[in-house]
Design a protein around this ligand. Structure first.
Ligand SMILES: Cc1cc2nc3c(=O)[nH]c(=O)nc-3n(C[C@H](O)[C@H](O)[C@H](O)COP(=O)(O)OP(=O)(O)OC[C@H]3O[C@@H](n4cnc5c(N)ncnc54)[C@H](O)[C@@H]3O)c2cc1C
Length: 471
């Protein structure tokens, strides 16, 4: 059903001038994602300031049969937060619901509204002497609601898990406007189904998350960071095993990068330099951290790397001796995505396979891609500890952009087939949104898909919550 004047008047009365946007110019930022990869149209943008307002707005839209698209910081990479181009959907932005409702130091929990920016949450935790460990490149713009709806991961998943593991309770406005208050700060609760997990990772298709109770951890007081050169991806898998055996949970980062990834960074990002004189096929950025200021992290790292040299796993290594060096090493890792953009259109895949199969995946998929498109440049990097590889492709040097783009469906099918053959996932972090909605039908178990559709139908029988995404 289309948005009519009666509905607009009711929503206007409910949300006031600041809570409803109709002006096309003011709506524009809500209709395009951060990368400018997806654009849509909308009848309205709603910006409720409280759970009560959000629930009442959802109820009015439900009664009128109007579809809603929940939106946070718009940094998602799969177009999940962008409406379609019918102009009939309504964007529900959580940006005004940005309060930290409570921080319980003894319970190690924080209760936050969905529109809180991730960096603000990290700062609030730090101020209380705690750590909120989710950390990702978009943390200055993405919101807790978006992090929950996409089950965001990032660079510290190895130690702390992704958003599912960091969440104890949720408050959700259901598609008909009812509010489920599940804001429990409990680490043990065996009273039936764990409903919060349904909404985490659902990309806004089952309801609007308005608040959450999240776990806090002790603040980090010591850190050791190293950049290492390795002969192979096999060596990376062996090295992470050795580091875990020695350092346990203190291993918080283990980021793998191919030489091609580093070359793009060195070529395009000013101020970056290669830590080693010689090129090497693979690199790993290692980070250990601990709440104790006296932890002997540097010694452990040196001992582990020393053993790595002896066994041939490590070819070269540098341990950062200052905060500036730590930042410079992380800049090499975090600059890959931006650097690759300078090489023309790229094809991004965000896959997982079991950690033990990473070397085989890299070798066999790389060989197949080279056969399919000789000279294709594979920018492979990722979080080895959780099996997640960013497996991105750039065109062979000299190839026309249009010719490369025309090959993309074939190349993506090749990568996804290889992932699926190893019982992996075609989306480790970014979700499905509108980008991978069709692909997932091919790769996900049919019984699992039928269960997902049944759940969607139970919670949202009229299909009004973020239609066209995920399913
Ligand atoms: C530079 C960069 C680096 C990134 N790095 C990572 C990374 O390391 N790991 C990772 O996992 N992701 C990463 N991302 C992807 C993105 O930042 C995350 O998916 C983030 O969690 C999205 O949050 P957001 O607030 O921007 O959500 P949006 O983009 O606004 O929305 C994302 C999805 O969540 C839904 N949604 C948003 N808010 C709500 C809500 N309150 N209730 C219900 N549904 C909602 C939307 O409908 C949409 O489907 C990165 C993105 C960029 C641009």
């Amino acid at each position: 059903m289309a948005v009519d004047n009666v509905l607009i008047e009711r929503l206007q009365a409910l949300l006031g001038e600041t809570g409803l946007i109709r002006d096309p110019q003011r709506m524009a930022p809500y209709l395009c994602d951060w990368r400018k990869a997806y654009r849509g149209r909308a009848a309205l943008v709603l910006r409720p300031a409280s759970t009560g307002e959000a629930a009442a707005a959802v109820r009015l839209c439900h009664e009128a049969g109007v579809p809603l698209v929940p939106q946070g910081g718009n940094t998602g990479l799969c177009g999940g937060s962008i409406p379609d181009d019918s102009g009939e959907q309504v964007v529900l932005s959580l940006s005004r619901m940005n309060r930290i409702r409570a921080l319980d130091v003894q319970n190690d929990t924080v209760t936050v509204e969905a529109g809180v920016i991730l960096a603000q949450l990290q700062a609030a935790a730090a101020e209380a002497g705690r750590l909120f460990p989710l950390s990702l490149g978009a943390e200055g713009s993405c919101t807790v609601g978006g992090n929950l709806a996409t089950n965001a991961g990032g660079t510290a998943v190895l130690r702390y898990g992704n958003m599912r593991e960091l969440t104890l309770g949720l408050e959700v406005v259901l598609p008909d406007g009812q509010v489920w208050n599940g804001l429990r700060g409990l680490r043990k609760d065996n009273t039936g189904y764990d409903l919060k997990q349904l909404f985490i990772g659902a990309e806004g298709t089952l309801g609007v998350i308005t608040a959450a109770v999240l776990k806090l951890y002790p603040a980090i007081r010591s850190r050791a960071t190293a950049w290492t050169a390795l002969p192979s991806a096999e060596a990376a898998v062996a090295l992470i095993g050795a580091l875990r055996a020695r350092c346990g949970d203190r291993l918080t980062g283990f980021e793998l990068m191919s030489r091609q990834s580093l070359e793009f960074v060195l070529r395009h990002l000013p101020g970056c330099s290669d830590p080693f004189a010689e090129p090497h096929p693979w690199y790993v950025l290692i980070e250990l951290s601990d709440p104790s200021a006296e932890a002997a992290l540097g010694e452990w790292l040196e001992a582990s790397l020393g053993e790595g040299f002896e066994s041939g796993l490590v070819r070269d290594a540098v341990i950062a001796t200052s905060e500036a060096q730590v930042a410079a090493l992380w800049a090499l890792r975090e600059g890959i995505s931006e650097a690759q953009n300078h090489e023309g259109p790229s094809l991004k895949h965000d896959i997982t396979v079991p950690i033990s199969l990473i070397p085989e995946f890299i070798a066999s998929t790389g060989a197949r891609l080279e056969q399919a498109l000789p000279g294709v440049r594979i920018v492979c990097y990722g979080h080895v500890g959780d099996g997640n590889l960013h497996y991105n492709l750039s065109k062979p040097p000299g190839m026309e952009d249009a010719a490369f783009k025309s090959r993309q469906p074939q190349l993506t099918t090749l990568v996804f087939d290889a992932t699926s053959a190893m019982h992996g996932s075609i989306s480790a972090e970014h979700g499905l949104g509108q980008a991978k909605r069709d692909a997932v039908r091919h790769y996900k178990d049919p019984v699992e898909q039928a269960l997902m559709r049944a759940l969607k139908h139970t919670l949202d029988p009229r299909g009004l919550m973020n239609p066209g995404k995920v399913l």
